[in-house]
Design a protein. Sequence first.
Length: 156
Amino acid sequence: MASLLTLTQSQPVKSLGAGETLLVAGEPPGGELFVLEQGSLLVERDGVELATITEPGALIGEMSVLLGIDHSATVRALAPTRVRVIDNAIAFLERTPLVAMHVATLACARLDATSALLVELKQETTGKANEQGLLNRILNSLVEPAPKRRGWQAHE
């Protein structure tokens, strides 16, 4: 399968200086997806650093676009950074099934990794009631139907 960088080579590029913000937690989505071309991005949620993104081709903003929810994290450049901007991302994904497959594969891989870590954590905390209660809530949330969102809707 071709890389996201290859599949989005015709998209416009946005440059960020160190410290500039790409996305702000709590703000409504603008409908854009971003693909890291070069640089380094910090992902932070509620004051907690979640990840540093440095891999060219990494996708940013897919949760808010696909679920139609406000941005869940703030994403800021740690160094001079360039991202490809996919405006009107839902329409773009409908027109480009290979990109849609990349997005779906990425989401599944993240869910798989998260589930595996939660299982490992649950095994480590066996017998610790407080931790088990929280872990059970998290694990249950992975299998419950998602609430209605304002994002992607299947076309009938």
